[in-house]
Ligand binder design. Structure first.
Ligand code: FES
Length: 573
């Protein structure tokens, strides 16, 4: 058979008329494919993070079937493959430890196989950056398809948001305002349908980042998982990836510096998760795009938040979709975006959002009357964070954005859990809670523990927020005056390691300042006595700690930064 396109990448496997070609075709044919399946039509890999251990992605087998339908309609050959799935709610010590491992799985699975284009099925928090990072290091034509958010949680006549509701209700239980039975009842009411967290947490944020960068079809970020329009989008995605292969529309043409700048601005406008900072820095590193922590502050911190969604606001992703979703937000901030940025549907971002309607101004506000002013991520610097730390002002208490307080230090997460509710703990609402050794190397994996629960004795006074500082991350569904990603982290001897109980700490978000009010001589003395913690003994955690970069660089493994393209000249036999 004369192949339709002998130069097609997959033809290096399926197009050969020798022993190797026999092997590649024959074993694939046993799944029922006829001869002409290998005639040079685009082979589309469907990279699936389905797992029952990742409940947010547990519907992905069905979603993949709709992608396949679209691929077949457009004349391609769909081949689905699994990659490591990262369930945010289950994985210990934290799913973030394995983001880079999953990205390696994705990268090598794509590169090593006869694939011309890829559809990435992503949902739960880390699955999105892991797949985007891995695919970026190969660079083939690629479309992201999110699994979609859950329907609104419903509990006793009210909407409750996944994650955000947990943090809120667990504090109510600790403060004696909610019974244990009510708390248990809420479990099946909060997360009641397929999909990922339906607050503007990390999953929804990252789905938004993918759409803002032009790496998905329009509306991808917000269509609820249970809405059949999600399946329709999957089918259209399958059709479009075949065309993208024909057009040789690889990731480098879409994920440009302009695309990242658009994403940073959109993150501010949607009140997106602080986790997006780390993930976009890592994705940019894979693409070879220059992007720094400071870019987040420079490009996004002055922008307003337009979206009234939890954790910063009131509504949930289902409401957001019905209000117009991400295209409506992007249309509202269009003058701030690079409208000529190319997207996966072959149109520019400007073309995609030109007519985008908004149906509910209570959910998606205007730039003239935003939901919150100056809502983007702020980057703090100072002697406590020489390489930076981040805070999300829109989720913080305004009266704490400038604060000086006495440090109450927890050496690690076990120390925190062991003492936080001790009535003898010397702490009040004016103190600054400091948590060490929860960064990339310290935890390891930089867990979402930065939004430390407040001490019970402070909660009982009716206080709901305190300044908290750590080298950890926090869930995108969380809120509070929480300084995160302090870099360098404590466990490699960053200044955070030197903080002691009673030290005074100054936070000034307006001035972007995070200062430990201790003399330099004293800090040098403490540093000389500091003892580094023992690294993990073996396995992936050992590899990770030896090679992970600090938070301000995106916490990728140093040897994974950049890409290797998709070429593998050697045969397997
Ligand atoms: Fe999966 Fe929140 S736990 S998105």
């Amino acid at each position: 058979m004369t192949p339709k396109n002998p130069k097609r990448r997959s033809q290096a496997w399926f197009g050969k008329q020798d022993r190797d070609g026999f092997v590649h075709r024959s074993w694939t044919k046993k799944d029922g494919y006829p001869d002409d399946s290998f005639d040079g039509r685009p082979v589309i890999g469907i990279c699936n993070t389905w797992s029952e251990l990742t409940p947010c992605n547990s519907h992905f087998r069905e979603l993949a079937e709709f992608v396949k339908r679209g691929v077949l309609e457009a004349g391609g050959l769909p081949l689905e493959f699994p990659v490591m799935s990262l369930g945010e709610t289950q994985l210990r010590p934290t799913a973030m430890l394995f983001r880079n491992l999953a990205s390696m799985d994705v990268e090598e699975s794509i590169r090593g196989n006869p694939i011309d284009g890829v559809v990435l099925l992503m949902g739960c928090d880390k699955t999105t950056p892991a797949l985007m990072m891995g695919a970026a290091s190969c660079g083939l034509p690629t479309i992201g398809l999110s699994g979609g958010p859950m329907l609104n949680g419903k509990f006793r006549g009210k909407d409750i948001g996944s994650g955000t509701g947990v943090w809120m209700m667990s504090e109510m239980v600790r403060a004696g305002q909610m019974s244990q039975q009510e708390f248990t009842d809420a479990e099946s009411c909060m997360n009641r349908s397929r999909g990922h967290c339906m607050t503007m947490g990390t999953a929804s944020t990252m789905a938004g980042m993918v759409e803002a960068m032009g790496m998905s079809l329009p509306e991808n970020a917000a269509i609820p998982a249970s809405d059949t329009r999600r399946n329709r989008l999957a089918q259209l995605t399958g059709r479009r990836i075949v065309q993208m292969v024909e057009e040789d529309l690889g990731m480098a043409k879409i994920m440009t510096r302009a695309a990242f700048e658009n994403a940073i601005r959109v993150n501010a406008a949607i009140g997106g998760s602080t986790n997006a900072v780390i993930h976009l820095l890592a994705m940019a590193g894979r693409m070879g795009v220059e992007l720094s922590l400071e870019d987040w502050d420079r490009l996004g911190s002055h922008l307003p938040c337009l979206v009234n969604l939890q954790p910063s606001g009131q509504y949930l992703m289902e409401d957001f979709y019905y209000a117009g979703g991400l295209p409506a937000v992007m249309r509202e901030i269009a003058p701030l975006l690079h409208l000529d940025a190319l997207t996966v549907n072959g149109k520019t971002l400007g073309e995609n959002i030109r007519e985008a309607p908004c149906y509910n101004r209570d959910v998606i506000k205007t730039t003239e009357e935003p939901f919150k002013e100056h809502a983007g991520i702020a980057v703090l610097k100072g002697n406590l964070a020489p390489d930076g730390a981040v805070i999300k002002p829109s989720a913080a208490s305004p009266h704490l954005l400038r604060h000086r307080g006495r440090a109450v230090v927890f050496e690690n997460i076990e120390d925190f859990h062991g003492r936080i509710d001790d009535d003898d703990l010397d702490i009040d609402e004016h103190c600054v809670m400091v948590l060490k050794n929860c960064g990339p190397c310290g935890y390891p994996g930089m867990a979402e523990v930065g939004n430390m629960p407040l001490p019970r004795k402070v909660l009982l006074k009716g206080v709901t927020d305190m300044v908290r500082i750590s080298d950890a991350r926090m869930s995108g569904t969380a809120y509070g005056t929480v300084v995160l990603h302090t870099s360098p982290e404590a466990s490699i001897g960053g200044p955070l390691a030197l903080v002691q109980d009673g030290d005074m700490i100054e936070l000034d978000v307006k001035e972007r300042r995070l200062h430990l009010d201790v003399a330099d001589d004293e800090l040098r003395r403490r540093k000389a006595q500091w003892v580094a913690p023992e690294p993990p003994a073996r396995g992936y955690a050992r590899l990770y700690v030896n090679h992970v970069q600090q938070a301000h660089l995106g916490a990728d493994l140093d040897f994974l930064v950049g890409g290797s393209g998709a070429n593998v000249p050697r045969e397997s036999h």
